[in-house]
Design a protein around this ligand. Sequence first.
Ligand SMILES: [Zn+2]
Length: 92
Amino acid sequence: MTTQPTTWPENVIARYLTVGGATVDITYMPADGLRAVCQGERCPWQDREFTGTAYDDSVEDVDRKITTALLPLQIRAQRHAETCRAMPKPTA
Ligand SMILES: [Zn+2]
């Protein structure tokens, strides 16, 4: 059984465990939108989704736009996590 870290990296808002034991991390950065990156060693898979947030959006607007844009990206991240066998590089 793999032990999971108790904290997630900064800006990670959703995370999927791959069959290879790595994670697909979805991050949100205001200037960058939503980005999904597989952490399996040398796995080239990544994906993104634009949120359309603007600097003058209210917190509620930003939240709503993130949630809307996140759904399709979550589905694709989940699909990749179910098939990716790239393992994370050992840290030691
Ligand atoms: Zn992968």
